[in-house]
Ligand binder design. Structure first.
Ligand code: UD1
Ligand code: MG
Length: 456
């Protein structure tokens, strides 16, 4: 079967009150339109056409590397007019599936049901039952349950407005049939628009088989017109992902306070506390624990590691059984081997740290190679930047860096070296020796602290 998918995305999105075209607003960190395209692709269609209008260039630019057909609709004269613009993409006997760029949660399985319904129908439409059908086109059926037509809310009688089965807008038909029906659709209605929904009545008049497929979950067909609906759709998407993760065995202490804006691969017995945000591609090994208020972006965390609350990990690889945070910031190009400890108010950037090293308090370690079993004392800073260039700090295995040390890069601390607290290290420190740069402590005997003179 030859399938062409047409995605309508020409609406202005005025109610979003945004400079960003509506279909580029993200849901789960990905533009709504990209989610619809994903769902369309799951059906392996021959072609995907997108009808764009307002902000078309911006939308196309976002998808420049995908094989999509773009069709401009200069003026938004209605959904039938929009589909008409895309009809030349399809061959007459193609099955044509109409989707909406602002209905991003549609499931591939539902689209498959619709396509399958076409085996025994000439037009298949997706409907849903809503407690509050306000604003939607209502599905009018006869007393045998056959769909007769769709009536838009603005054109509906008071009795028709009571109907709670509504049109999702999503439908499928043969291109030749749709083309013929659309050719007969006028705009003599409350909105002066060419309604695609009129195709149903025309199909019935042609004695063709119209089949309604009812969506099981209203959340799947929610549309986005404004920021309130965008937030609702976001929550529904997050709920769907949280449920999938919990089915796979991830413990989410509160699925309502969990946000995944990308892809999470999680092992067994992963526990995620509240208000965690996961972005990009994140992998968590078995038994990983993620503390509250933590952000993870494009990173891998090895089995048994514990990321404590209020930590941020970005583009980093963390080994097994590491302890990170609370309040740690791990920046891009950082790689920690196993059993590394990174404590509170520690910032790491482009640092490689070998196994069992500890950086426990108030430190900045950037552009650094740190060996195994190194202890970096509180307040240690790698001075990696000279105002123009970044330089490397190298610390050998088993070194001990005393608190409040500045390591002025480029500089090397040898294996097993000790740096005395408060040192400013500007030259290489030899292995195995104590290096200390601070002034010698002295005591001035009998020194008196100044006192305030009494006012005369
Ligand atoms: C439409 C349906 C209604 C259904 C509802 C579901 C019609 C006449 N009505 O109503 O039965 O219950 O969707 O949300 O189809 N678009 C274009 N070009 C146009 C007009 C619209 O691309 O000229 C796109 C919009 O960007 C939007 C979609 O088509 O993505 C639906 O258009 P909209 O104006 O929102 O239709 P509704 O009045 O919501
Ligand atoms: Mg709408």
């Amino acid at each position: 079967m030859h399938l062409t998918v047409v995605i309508l995305a020409a609406g202005q999105g005025t109610r979003m009150r945004s400079d960003l075209p509506k279909v580029l607003h993200p849901v789960g960190g990905r533009p709504m339109l990209a989610r619809v395209v994903d769902a369309a692709r799951s059906l392996n269609p021959q072609r995907i056409g997108i009808v764009h209008g307002h902000g078309g260039d911006q939308v196309r630019a976002r998808f420049h590397d995908s094989p999509l057909e773009w069709v401009a609709q200069e003026r938004q004269l209605g959904t039938a007019h929009a589909v008409a613009q895309a009809l030349p993409l399809a061959r007459p006997d193609d099955l044509l599936l109409v989707l909406y760029g602002d209905v991003p949660l549609i499931l591939p399985s539902t689209l498959e049901r619709l396509v399958t319904a076409m085996d025994e129908a000439d037009l298949a439409l997706l409907t849903v039952h809503l407690d509050d059908p306000k604003g939607y086109g209502r599905i009018v059926r006869d007393d045998r349950g056959q769909v007769l037509r769709i009536v838009e809310e603005k054109d509906a009688s008071p009795v028709e407005r009571e109907i709670r089965e509504v049109n999702t807008g999503i439908l499928a038909a043969r291109a030749a049939d749709l083309s013929r029906w659309i050719g007969q659709i006028g705009n003599d209605n409350a909105q002066g628009e060419f309604y695609l929904t009129d195709a149903i009545e025309l199909a019935v008049a042609d004695d063709r088989r119209v089949q309604a497929v009812v969506a099981r979950d209203a959340r799947e067909v929610m549309g986005v017109n404004d920021k309130r609906q965008l937030a609702e759709v976001e929550r529904a998407w997050q709920r769907r992902q949280a449920e999938a993760l919990m089915r796979d065995g991830v413990t989410l202490l509160d699925p309502a306070r969990f946000d995944l804006r990308g892809t999470l691969h999680a092992g067994r017995d992963v526990v995620i506390d509240i208000d965690v945000i996961i972005e990009g591609e994140v992998t968590l090994g078995d038994g990983v624990r993620i503390g509250a208020h933590t952000i993870l972006r494009d990173c891998t965390i090895g089995a048994g590691s514990d990321i404590r609350p209020h930590s941020i990990v970005e583009q980093a690889e963390i080994g097994e059984r590491c302890l990170i945070g609370p309040f740690a910031r791990i920046r891009p190009d950082t790689a920690l081997a196993d059993e590394v400890h990174v404590g509170n108010f520690v910032e790491l950037k482009k640092a490689r740290v070998a196994a069992a090293s500890k950086i426990n308090h108030l430190s900045y370690v950037g552009d650094a190679e740190v060996g195994a079993r190194v202890n970096i004392g509180a307040g240690t800073i790698t001075c990696n930047y000279d105002g123009a260039n970044k330089h490397l700090t190298t610390i050998g295995d088993d070194a001990f860096i005393g608190s409040d040390t500045s390591l002025v890069a480029p500089v090397t601390v040898g294996a097993g070296a000790t740096i005395g607290a408060g040192s400013v290290v500007t030259r290489d420190a030899p292995p195995g020796e104590l290096t200390v740069t601070r002034a010698k402590q002295q005591t001035i005997p009998g020194w008196k602290r100044p006192v305030k003179q009494p006012k005369p």
